[in-house]
Ligand binder design. Sequence first.
Ligand SMILES: [Zn+2]
Length: 240
Amino acid sequence: MIVFTSDIDWAPEEVIADTINLFEFYGVRCTFFSTHHSIELTKCNKNLFETGIHPNFNPILNGQSDKRAVDIVDEIMDIHPEAQGVRSHSMLQSTELLQMFTDKKLLYDANHFLPYQSGLKPIKLWTGLVRIPYNWEDDVHWAYGYSFDDSGMNLEDEDLVVFAFSPIHIYLNTENKYRYNEAKRHYQDAKALLEFRNTEVVGTRDLLISLLSYCKHNNLTTRKLADIANEFLLKSNGGI
Ligand SMILES: [Zn+2]
């Protein structure tokens, strides 16, 4: 089962809109993990899109913040009170955070990354939180030095194939870290970023489009992560 997720990572509105438009065009569902208030996310089609939270705990680790982890979660939950899921920026997780996510009434976490592993299934954690792992991420694909001609995933896998695409890399059609490092200083300027879009080799955007087109042409029903978590709970509770 193919599933799409996207961490918006403070991308400007035009860049978020660009990602939303691609998914809309192909009628494919996607779960966003949000770092901030975005009009584009607020007004997007809720049948296709779900918004979870993407809290950034790194400033605490770097000594750049005197906030507590719970304050960071509360801030982003205030913006997205409907959020049912969480993926931390930089995938940060701990037993304490998992308990806090549960106390905040979140349904699932999507922090656990197992690159290119097959046989992925949701599991229920000791706190009651459902864990939905993921097995593909754009920047990790180039960190391995892989080409974007192929995701390296078995698209016919009956278990979960969970992609994580970032709007910025979709927009830039990023194929390696050098392009991203060059473009990064214009992060908040969509027009300037466009000058850095890769048109030379197959990149992140090309791969996403080929996957979306695969889903559409094979009439695949894609799901949001909250739906997967709820279906899993229903099944594991024996349908009660
Ligand atoms: Zn992130």
